[in-house]
Design a protein around this ligand. Structure first.
Ligand SMILES: [Fe+2]
Length: 309
């Protein structure tokens, strides 16, 4: 299938109400509609659905939505999912209404994370109003939200086949494991350097972070000042990954996962040749956080497919 972007994400969290101030004040996300159950929808462009925080008993990713070009691509994707044994659940009219899309299909990756492919998202031209004054705007539109990074115990051939063979993404960066940090694989689905990544941490599984980006570095600088003034839980200081021109920092959110907020991310040329970074960071990005996000869980030995801890 041909995925065009990471289109939306849904999380569950007991502290979902905090997003009403956290989202707009820190990043400039706009509060959209609220569902009767209390779900908060945050917007970053003219799309109605980008980040949804649902009430829930524990911090967890509920779904990641991947955007397809239209109905024909959706029907092909559903046929491919069925043919390859992923048993897609076709979204009911009610589910499509909730996501504000024309069609969606839900399935799970080899580690049980829930993904959705969809088409026909609702957008209102000229309707986005940032939650605070911004120097630039969010990078969004057809290139999507940004990227989502999962933690898995091991990057297996089955997982690689899922991302490249089923989702049709290209491997952009392989980050070898370092002394004190795990390695990972970063996959591209549009000109942005990656939209999906898996990092390998034996015995662990969950969502590490979601990346969003502004078109102007001043938005990142101002947010960086603000999170320090408010003494919010920064997990990774301002810096730049290698090879990636994005300058960013990471913050633990009230949803338990981290948000990486950055600017200046490069767009890959179609002829991009994969390179292997000699170090994870070009500069900065010091780990200062207190442990892994609460959305990343320690698995029991029985749950760990390799039995290793
Ligand atoms: Fe990232």
């Amino acid at each position: 299938m041909k995925i065009h972007a990471l289109g939306y994400l849904g999380f569950e969290s007991p502290r979902h109400e905090e997003w009403l101030t956290f989202g707009p004040e820190i990043f400039g996300l706009q509060i959209g509609d609220r569902d009767p159950d209390g779900t908060i929808h945050l917007r970053m462009d003219d799309r109605h659905r980008r980040l949804s925080i649902h009430p829930g008993e524990e911090d967890r990713l509920a779904y990641a939505g991947w955007e397809l070009a239209g109905k024909a691509a959706f029907e092909e994707a559903v046929a491919e999912l069925s043919h390859k044994g992923y048993a897609p659940h076709l979204g009911t009219a009610e589910e499509c209404k909730q996501r504000e899309v024309l069609g969606l299909a839900r399935f799970q990756d080899p580690y049980g994370f829930t993904h959705e492919v969809y088409y026909g998202p609702t957008a209102t031209v000229g309707s986005f109003l940032p939650g605070k004054p911004m120097a630039g705007s969010f990078v969004g539109g057809v290139d999507g939200v940004g990227h989502v990074v999962f933690v898995v115990p091991e990057i297996t051939p089955e997982l690689e086949k899922f991302v490249t063979g089923l989702l049709g993404m290209e491997l952009d960066i392989t980050l070898p494991a370092g002394k004190s940090r795990p390695g990972g694989q970063f996959y591209r689905c549009n000109p942005r350097t990656h939209c999906l990544a898996y990092i390998a941490l034996p015995g662990h599984k969950g969502v590490h972070h979601l990346e969003i980006e502004s078109t102007h570095m001043d938005d990142v600088g101002r947010a960086w000042d603000l999170v320090q003034e408010r003494e919010l839980p920064i997990t990774v200081t301002l810096g730049r990954h290698m090879p990636d021109t994005l300058i960013s920092f990471y913050l633990r959110t009230p949803g338990g996962f981290d948000i990486e907020f950055g600017a200046g991310g490069e767009l890959r040329d179609p002829d991009y040749i994969q390179t292997t970074p000699s170090a994870p960071e070009a500069w900065g990005h010091k780990f200062v956080g207190d442990g892994w996000p609460t959305t990343v869980r320690l698995l029991t030995p029985e749950q760990h497919p390799t039995g290793k801890e």
